[in-house]
Design a binder for this molecule. Structure first.
Ligand SMILES: Cc1ncc(COP(=O)(O)O)c(C=O)c1O
Length: 346
C-alpha cells in the first residue's frame, strides 16, 4: 500500500496506465493463474467474485438455446444463489442439488442432475458453510460428456490446496484474494479456459474489454482476443497493490506444502473435537474437505468474541458454528493451544 501511495504521489494520471496500471492487472492475473495451475493469460482480474460470476452468466443465452439449465448446489455462497436465481428472469432453469445434512452434497446427486439440457454446472469447489470439497474430475467428466460447461467457485480453496485448472479442464473458475491468498479486499478474478475464451461475448462488459480500448470506438464492441475480453472498466488499482505481496508469499511457500500442513492440522482439530463429543459440521474425510473446520457451538458470535479475547481468531456462520481456518503462518502448537482454549470456554 505504501508503494501505491508513492506511485500516486509521483505519477500523473495520464502516464499511470502506460507505466503500470495495465501491466499490473495482467501481472496479478498471471500470478493467480500460476497458483491455481492455469496457463498464463487465463485469468482476468474482476472487482469481486460476484461480478466474475455475473460476467459468466452474461455470456450465456438461455432463451434461444435448448440448453437453459444451471446445476448448482445447496452449499454454495449466497452470491451464487442470487445470481442464478436472477437468471430465471431471462430464461434459465436452476436446479439446486440439495444437501441432507448441510455438510455434504453427494456426488451421485450432482452427476444425476447433469443432462443434455444443462448449460453450466456451477459449484463451490469448497463450501464456505461446511468446508465440503467436491470431486472436480468426476463432475467435469460428466458435464463435458453431456456438452455442459463447468464453473468452480474456488474462493475457499485457492491458496489453501493444489488446484489444477489446466489438468482438470474446468471451463471457469471464480474467486477473490481476501482469504487463503492473503490479499486485500476488492480483487476478484475470473479464470476462463484458454480455448473457450474467443467463443464468448459477455454482455456485462466495458471499454477495457475492447481490443483497442484507447480508440474509444463506437459500438458494437470488438472484444479483445485475450482474457481481457472479460474485463469491464478501470480496475481497482489499490486492490492490486494490496494483493501482490500475499500472492508472492503463497507462491513462495507453495500450495503443496500449505496443504500438507493443513491436512495435519485439520485432522488434529477434528480428532480433538470428536474425542470431546463436539459436533463437527465439516466432512471427517480429509479427501472431501478444504482448509477450514466447522465446530458447532450454541452461540457462535459470543464464542468468537470470547476466543478473540484470548487471542484466538476464528469466525462463525449461522447454523454452522465456528469456522476455524489455520493457515501456513500458524504453528501446530498454536492450533493445539487454540483448541485447548476452546475446550476451556465450552
Ligand atoms: C465461496 C465464496 N464465494 C463467493 C464469495 C463472495 O465474494 P465477493 O465478495 O468477492 O463477491 C465468498 C466470500 O466470502 C465466498 O466465500
Amino acid at each position: 500500500m505504501l508503494a501505491y501511495f508513492d506511485a500516486w504521489e509521483h505519477h500523473t494520471s495520464e502516464d499511470a496506465w502506460a507505466t503500470s496500471w495495465w501491466e499490473m492487472s495482467m501481472q496479478v492475473g498471471d500470478l493467480i493463474a500460476k497458483i491455481v495451475s492455469g496457463a498464463r493469460g487465463s485469468i482476468q482480474i474482476q472487482p469481486n467474485a460476484s461480478i466474475a460470476l455475473a460476467s459468466v452468466a452474461s455470456c450465456l443465452d438461455f432463451k434461444s438455446s435448448k440448453r437453459n439449465k444451471i446445476v448448482t448446489s445447496a452449499l454454495d455462497f449466497p452470491s451464487m444463489k442470487y445470481i442464478w436465481d436472477a437468471q430465471q428472469r431471462v430464461g434459465a432453469r436452476v436446479e439446486v442439488v440439495p444437501s441432507d445434512d448441510g455438510v455434504e452434497v453427494p456426488l451421485e446427486r450432482i452427476l444425476d442432475a447433469i443432462d443434455d439440457r444443462t448449460a453450466l454446472v456451477a459449484l463451490s469447489h469448497v463450501s464456505f458453510r461446511s468446508s465440503h470439497r467436491v470431486d472436480v474430475e468426476a463432475i467435469v467428466e460428466r458435464a463435458h460428456r453431456d456438452g455442459a460447461l463447468v464453473l468452480l467457485d474456488v474462493y475457499q480453496s485457492a491458496g489453501a490446496m493444489e488446484l489444477k485448472a489446466s489438468d482438470w479442464d474446468v471451463d471457469f473458475m471464480i474467486g477473490g484474494t481476501i482469504k487463503w491468498l492473503c490479499g486485500g479486499p476488492a480483487c476478484g478474478y475470473l479464470y476462463v479456459r484458454p480455448e473457450l475464451q474467443s467463443e464468448l461475448e459477455p454482455r456485462l462488459t466495458g471499454w477495457v474489454a475492447h481490443e483497442a480500448p484507447f480508440d474509444f470506438a463506437p459500438p458494437p464492441i470488438r472484444y479483445d482476443n485475450s482474457v481481457r475480453r472479460f474485463a469491464q472498466g478501470t480496475p481497482s488499482i489499490p486492490a492490486l497493490y494490496s494483493v501482490l505481496p500475499g500472492l508472492q508469499i503463497i507462491e513462495e511457500v507453495g500450495v503443496k506444502t500449505i496443504r500438507e500442513e493443513s491436512e495435519r492440522r485439520t485432522e488434529f482439530m477434528i480428532d480433538f473435537a470428536l474425542e470431546r463429543g463436539w459436533k463437527v459440521n465439516s466432512p471427517h474425510d480429509v479427501n472431501q474437505r478444504g482448509g477450514s473446520v466447522m465446530i458447532y457451538v450454541d452461540d457462535g458470535p459470543a464464542m468468537v468474541k470470547r476466543l478473540g479475547e484470548r487471542k484466538v481468531f476464528v469466525d462463525c456462520r449461522p447454523g454452522v458454528g465456528l469456522r476455524i481456518s489455520p493457515h501456513f503462518f500458524n504453528t501446530d502448537e498454536e492450533v493445539r493451544e487454540a483448541m485447548e482454549i476452546l475446550a476451556e470456554l465450552i
